[in-house]
Design a protein around this ligand. Sequence first.
Ligand SMILES: [Zn+2]
Length: 260
Amino acid sequence: MRPSVPSLLRRSVPRSATSSRIAFNVARPATSSTSSSFLLHRRPYSTPSSSSSSSTSSPPRACWSCHQPCPPTTPLCSSCSAIQPVLPTSEGGPNLFQLLGLPEKGSFAIDEGALKLAFLRGSKDVHPDGFKGKGEIEYQLAQHQASILNKAYYTLKDPLPRAQYLLSLSNVEVQESDSITDQSLLMEIMEAREALDDAESEEEVESLREEHREKAKQAVKQLGLAFEKGDLQRAKDLCTELRYWDKAGEAGKDKVHPVD
Ligand SMILES: [Zn+2]
C-alpha cells in the first residue's frame, strides 16, 4: 500500500522546517480566539472563526523540496518552483485577498476584471495537470492550492460573500439567522414577496424581478459606502438586506422557471 501524502510530506520535511509546520492536513480546528486561519480549514466562508489576520510579519518557511526560505503566501518556491502546502493564515499563510494578489486587509471595492485575471493566472500556476509528472506530493499539493484559490475567487467575486468575508476579518459575523430590524424595510420586503406570490402573468413576475434586482443593486452600492466610512454595523445590516433581496430574486426565478 502506498503511504498517504501527508505521511510522505512529513518524511520530506527537514527538521529546520518544522517550526513553520507543513500544514497539508488543514482540517484541524482553530485553537484560540486570535486564530485567523478559518480560510484554510475548509469551513464555509460564511462561518469563519477568525479574528483579524496579522501575517505580514511572518517569517519565510523552508521549502519542503529544496529547504530554501520561501515566502509563506506564495504557492510556488521562489528557488526551485516546487509547489508548497497552503499554510493557515494564523501561521502566516495568505487570506482570501492575498491569494488573489490583493492587499491583506482587502477592500469591498474590487476590480472584477482584474480579480478574474488574477484567478485565471493563479489557476494556471497551480493547475494539478501541470504537476502530474512530478509525483504524488506535488500533485496533491496542487489540487489543494487550486481548490483554495477557487474558493477565494468565488467568495470575493460576488458582493454578498465578499462583504461577509471582509466583515469577518474585523470579527463581525453575519449569520444566516440575522433578521431585518428596520420595520419599514421589513414591510417593504414582505410586500414585495407578497406581490410576487400574487403575480399571475410572466410579465408581472419579470417586472417584479427587475424591481428586486434594482433593490439589490442599491444595497450593494450602500454597502460600498458603509465600508468606505468604516461603518461595519451598517455594512452588516446591509448584508442581511441584500440576502433578503437575493432570496426574493430566487423566488421570482423559481416562479418563472418552476422546478418540475
Ligand atoms: Zn524550493
